[in-house]
Write a protein that binds this ligand. Structure first.
Ligand SMILES: [Mg+2]
Length: 159
């Protein structure tokens, strides 16, 4: 059985094949770009995120001031607040209340900031985000007797 990503790639390929006579060059190129992007997969994983956070931290903080765990947690809390605020505006919009916004991209962007900030907290704690997520996800599955587990990614239980 194919995974979701492979099924989506198949659909894109089929869409391109079945419309080959109707697509102009630009449309066909866009579908090819989508297919290529899907085949490449996400360009960011937790290891890449950590490296990017380390590199960018030197730009944000060129004097290397150790801001510590409390600052990282405050930063994460701030991003969670921004996520909630963006969603609040969408809910306002859905109910026709003044001050609303139909900007779901803002919600998505703030969710990304939450993940980025979560890695900064993990970095301050000197732990690997992939390891702790894997361990906790599996612990929760085990606690509730659920079968869904990560079977790779953990480093021998040393997280
Ligand atoms: Mg933000």
């Amino acid at each position: 059985m194919k995974g979701t990503l492979e099924a989506i790639i198949d659909q894109v390929v089929e869409l391109k094949r079945s419309n080959v006579d109707r697509l102009d060059f630009e449309e066909a190129a866009k579908l090819k770009d989508i297919e290529d992007a899907l085949r490449r997969g996400p360009c960011c994983d937790f290891a890449a995120l950590r490296q990017a956070n380390i590199t960018r931290a030197k730009e944000f903080n060129p004097h290397g001031v150790d801001m510590g765990l409390p600052f990282a947690v405050l930063e994460l809390a701030g991003e969670v607040g921004e996520l909630a605020n963006a969603l609040k505006k969408v809910i306002r919009h859905e109910h026709g209340i003044v001050g609303g916004s139909n900007d779901l991209q803002a919600v998505v962007d703030e969710l990304a900031d939450v993940i980025i900030s979560a890695d900064l907290v993990a970095m301050a704690l000197n732990v690997d985000l992939a390891d702790i997520v894997t361990r906790k996800f599996n612990a929760t599955s085990e606690k509730h007797g659920l079968k869904t587990r990560f079977v790779c990614g953990a480093k021998g239980g040393d997280a």
